[in-house]
Design a protein around this ligand. Structure first.
Ligand SMILES: C[C@@H](O)[C@H](N)C(=O)O
Ligand SMILES: C[C@@H](O)[C@H](N)C(=O)O
Lengths: 168, 168
């Protein structure tokens, strides 16, 4: 059956924190997010890729409301020395775009089509995180409106009808 | 309101490919996934974190059915030299666990609680990818059953009732 693409969600209300060089050991993700949660920070997207072999470290990124940036950074700075983080990066200029649909897993071309639409619009993809009903990318926030137009166009979506803030 | 945790999904049918050192330039994700899609490979989870400053490269990981591993690897090997990939890693020993729920974004402790349950069970987290209704982690597949038990227990879920393959 055809994948069902129901719409494009976009969000420029968030900032991104990347903790560079988190030791890839038992409990380090729990430690990090316990501290961020204790600071009352709402976390949206979390991305962690595998550690490169022998490096023993990996990077953990997450997005959060702009207004909670200071609280999150302070919580992480307090851990950085003890837990060996290499660096904490804070980025206020991100935008998040999500293609929302169903059945996307069994339609391998959907991701390629989304990434191709962004390429054709000259927009660099900074982060990717997916689920079976949502493919999310992070771009510069100044590119977000153009990205949304490009994706609507690539998928033949009627921008007036299908724009939806759909959770997934 | 309380976050609604509806269940724990787990999947050991997948393998993972990590393309190490993908040039962080316009169109590289599209190129990679166009090739994988052209090979007919079904893609489940994609994770890409930001490139470290000045490195100009990042890693892209994705999961796929075990039986499509060869096709995907061949497609990527064909691109590797031309597109400058540093290495293509193939991992057949992964398991994926997802905590499925609603309202998790506004309950910052949920991620910490999930990661803490895995830490307490002695299970290392290899990848993290989240959406507002699903927090997914990749572990060793041999740890998956223990991970599912630990998460059910940590969240007070009745393992017999709420185990569900819920897409998100
Ligand atoms: C890096 C982090 O995810 C670590 N592997 C952990 O299990 O917590
Ligand atoms: C690495 C990859 O995502 C690249 N930045 C792109 O836009 O395609």
């Amino acid at each position: 059956e055809q994948p069902l693409i129901s719409g494009v969600a976009h969000d420029r209300s968030q900032a991104k924190i990347t903790v560079i060089g988190v030791p890839d050991v038992l409990g380090s993700a729990a430690q990090l997010f316990e501290a961020v949660a204790a600071a009352g920070v709402n976390i949206d997207m979390i991305v962690q890729n595998v550690s490169a072999h022998h490096s023993g470290v990996t990077d953990i990124s997450f997005t959060l409301p702009h207004e909670q940036g200071e609280a999150a950074r302070a919580a992480l700075q307090a851990l950085a020395a003890e837990y060996g983080y290499q660096e904490i990066q804070y980025d206020e200029g991100v935008g998040k775009l999500s293609l929302v649909g169903a059945g996307m897993r069994s339609h391998p071309g959907v991701s390629a089509q989304l990434f191709g639409a962004l390429r054709d619009a000259g927009i660099n993809i900074e982060m990717i995180s997916t689920s079976e009903i949502r493919i999310s990318v992070v771009t510069r926030s100044e590119d977000l409106d153009e990205a949304v137009r490009a994706v609507h166009s690539a998928f033949g979506l009627d921008a007036d009808k299908v724009e939806a803030v759909v959770y997934g």
